[in-house]
Design a protein around this ligand. Sequence first.
Ligand SMILES: [Zn+2]
Ligand SMILES: [Zn+2]
Length: 155
Amino acid sequence: MSIPEAEIARRVSVLSDGIRRGGLRLTHQRLEIAREVAGSETHPDVETVYQSVRRRVPTVSLDTIYRTMATLVDLGLLKRVSVPTASTRYDPDTSRHHHFICLGCGLVRDVHDETLDQVGIPGAASRLGTVDSVEVQFRGLCNSCMETADEGGDS
Ligand SMILES: [Zn+2]
Ligand SMILES: [Zn+2]
C-alpha cells in the first residue's frame, strides 16, 4: 500500500504551484515540505512533517511548516482532518473519501467506498446552508490497539 511515484510527482507539482500562488516563495524548504506531505499516507500532523523534513533540511523551522501547510489548506490543496483525541492531521488527497480514526493511537486511514460516496444531502442539512462536501468518519480502536487492550487486561 503505497502511493505510485507518478501520483506523488503530480501532487508535488500541484502543491508547488499552490505555494507560489499563495504568495510564498518556492524555497528548497517549502519544496521539501510539499514532497513530504505528497508522499504520506498517514495523514501526518504538523509536528510529524517537521520531524521528517528536519532530517533533510536541518534549518527548517516549525513556523515555516505551519505557515506553508496553512497556505495549502487555504488554497484547497490540503485537507485538515480533525481527530478528537490527537492533533489536527493533514491530507494531501483532496478527492472524495472517508476516514477511519483510532481514538487510541490517533491512526488515520482512508476509507474508499462507493456507497458512502453516493450518500445524498438530507434536507435537514441543506436547509441550514450550502453543503460543499460530505465526509464520514469511522471512529473506534484500530486492530493493533485492540490487541494491546486484549493483552493488557485493564486499559
Ligand atoms: Zn490505534
Ligand atoms: Zn484521507
